[in-house]
Design a protein around this ligand. Structure first.
Ligand code: NAI
Length: 253
């Protein structure tokens, strides 16, 4: 087990990539602090994971609010005396609208939930991790939308590019203090977020989505969890400041 007894926080843990990653991390021996804004779905996730005999704390957190985010690190410190790792995963896609018509208030919402949340998560996590003898490992959820542009989702693309910038800067500032910071860039992954986009039909049919990745299929959330688990583990000890795509080749060309 590559994460045995490591205390790890996951935001947006009730669905999709966060939930699959939580399961995988539990199987790898991690002690989990799972948070999400959706209380009911979070409880269901914790219930499912209980079968894996893992140690789990849940906390309802809306990552749009800094004070709520702070409770995660506080909980880690008070219960376990440390936070070894964090997957800052919560995010939203927003609607698909051309730039000149895109509402400013939705832009601001995406900035809060996708970007400021990562800023606030890292601030509270780094404060704790730099004081720990074994430091820590942080993984931020970016996207292939942080590496390339895509029409109709300009605020999403902007936030994910910015997450990569924050990741690189945090890595430069805190690497020598024992904290590794990386980002994952998922391709097109079958989750409730993507289902909603496909169902809206605004960005093509399901068949069209399937052809977007050179491997000819969508990704499974667990395939992102595999990368996150490795990055959080000591096996990735030399991987720092990177934004790694798991995208079936989406960004090759
Ligand atoms: P999802 O919509 O399936 O799950 C996201 C979870 O985050 C949900 O449980 C939701 O309740 C929670 N959440 C949403 N807003 C929140 C808030 N304000 N505070 C706390 N929790 C909140 O999404 P999915 O697909 O699992 O995405 C997870 C991350 O991966 C996001 O950051 C997303 O941008 C990123 N990503 C997803 C891709 C995909 O194809 N599904 C592709 C690239 C990146």
């Amino acid at each position: 087990m590559i994460l045995e007894n490591k205390v790890i926080s996951i935001t947006g843990a009730a669905n999709g990539i966060g939930k699959s990653t939580a399961k995988l991390l539990a199987e790898e021996g991690a002690i989990l602090i799972l948070s999400d804004v959706n209380k009911l779905a979070l409880e269901e996730t914790a219930h499912e994971l209980a079968a894996l005999n893992s140690t789990i704390q849940t906390v309802v957190v809306d990552v749009a609010y800094q004070d709520q985010i702070e409770t995660i690190a506080q909980l880690a410190k008070s219960h376990y005396g440390r936070l070894d790792g964090a997957f800052n995963n919560a995010g939203i896609s927003g609607p698909s609208i051309e730039m000149i018509d895109y509402p400013d208030d939705v832009f601001d919402q995406l900035i809060s939930i996708n970007l400021k949340s990562i800023w606030w998560c890292m601030k509270s996590q780094l404060k704790l991790m730099v004081q720990q003898p074994n430091g820590g490992s942080i993984v931020n959820a970016a996207s292939v939308g942080g590496l390339v542009g895509k029409p109709l989702i300009s605020p999403y693309i902007a936030t994910k590019h910015a997450v990569i910038g924050l990741t690189k800067t945090a890595a430069l500032e805190y690497g020598s203090k024992g904290v590794r910071v990386n980002a994952v860039c998922p391709g097109i992954i079958r989750t409730p977020m993507l289902d909603a986009i496909i169902k809206s039909g605004e960005m093509g049919t399901e068949e069209q989505w399937n052809t977007l990745q050179p491997i000819g299929r969508l990704g499974d959330p667990r395939e992102i969890g595999e990368l996150v688990a490795w990055l959080l583990s000591d096996r990735a000890s030399l991987i720092h400041g990177q934004s790694i795509a798991a995208d079936g080749g989406f960004t090759i060309s």
